[in-house]
Design a protein around this ligand. Structure first.
Ligand code: MEV
Length: 297
């Protein structure tokens, strides 16, 4: 029996634009999904203590399919527990896929390294979502913070990260399709927005290197406006974003696919930001950057 865990992630810059090859900066966050696997007489999934039909778990079904192409994996019992809010834009599906693939590869002696785990997890996301970047799966596998798609690691954040959850959910595949539709309808407008998001990520690199979080926050605020203009914002998300800014956050924006889910703020006043977000029916928490990616427990 093997248990592996993998962390959540937040985007400081670049979600959606990264699907079109633009730069993005994402950071692993110390919330984890734990997956235990062991050989069994039939393949079963228990998630959060609840038996779950495998047909309703596309990431698990796809992960098993992909790993079985390179190694014969027998029937297996899969048990999942997670601190990561599900489908909320903080990388729950990437963490599940990465932790599962790593646990299977150790348990059944599959000869692959962590970069191959990241790449296989990306293929899984691509199959399930229809379009995906390598960001979520790479960051969840490797930990730390990196400029993508270059995989250039950046210094660890030294301010607090606050995640605010609207308690509503948007589906990544739906939000990715929504941006694609906008891009088809108004290619020139949407392409400029997408390019500008990429420029924000590039501009953020030296600011993150010099720990200029005021500057980073300012760019995050612009990135939020651009995500709104791509149509992935919601009223509750913006309410939490403005609450965080009003409480003195350096910057705040949607994180992940949007359409619901979470926003992220960088701040040196985490308690004030949490209080302000929770005034607005959101759920907020401070998360530490995760230096470690996927690991055996
Ligand atoms: C989802 O967490 C981030 C998106 O950019 C999709 C992706 O990069 O795969 C919306």
């Amino acid at each position: 029996m093997i248990t592996c865990s993998a962390p959540a992630k937040i985007y400081l810059f670049g979600e959606h634009a990264v699907v079109y090859g633009e730069p993005a900066i994402a950071c692993a966050a110390e919330l984890r999904t734990y997956v235990t696997v062991e050989p069994a007489s039939s393949t079963t999934v228990v998630s959060g203590g609840v038996p779950t039909r495998i047909e309703t778990t596309p990431y698990i079904t796809e992960a098993l399919k992909k790993i079985r192409r390179i190694h014969p994996i027998p029937d297996v019992s899969i048990q999942i527990t997670s601190d990561i809010p599900t489908g909320a834009g903080v990388g729950s599906s990437a963490a599940l896929t990465v932790a599962l693939l790593q646990a299977l590869s150790i348990e059944f002696g599959v000869d692959i390294d962590v970069l191959q785990i990241a790449s296989m997890a990306y293929d899984v996301e691509l199959s399930v979502q229809g379009a995906a970047s390598q960001t979520d799966t790479f960051i969840s596998t490797m930990g730390g913070m990196a400029l993508m798609p270059d995989r250039m690691f950046l210094p660890h954040l030294e301010c607090s990260i606050v995640i605010g959850d609207t308690n509503m959910r948007g589906k990544t595949s739906t939000m990715v399709s929504k941006v694609a539709e906008l891009k088809n309808a108004y290619p020139e407008v949407a392409e400029h927005i997408i390019k500008s998001i990429g420029i924000l990520a590039q501009t953020g690199v030296p600011l993150l290197e010099s720990k200029d979080y005021l500057g980073v926050g300012r760019l995050m605020n612009i990135n939020h406006g651009l995500l709104e203009s791509l149509g992935v914002g919601t009223f509750p998300l913006s309410q939490l974003v403005y609450r965080a800014r009003d409480a003195g956050a350096f910057g705040a924006k949607i994180t992940g696919a949007g359409g619901g889910g979470c926003m992220v703020a960088l701040t040196d006043k985490p308690e004030d930001v949490i209080r302000s977000i929770e005034c607005c029916y959101g759920k907020a928490m401070v998360v530490k950057p995760a230096r470690e990616g996927v690991r055996e427990e």
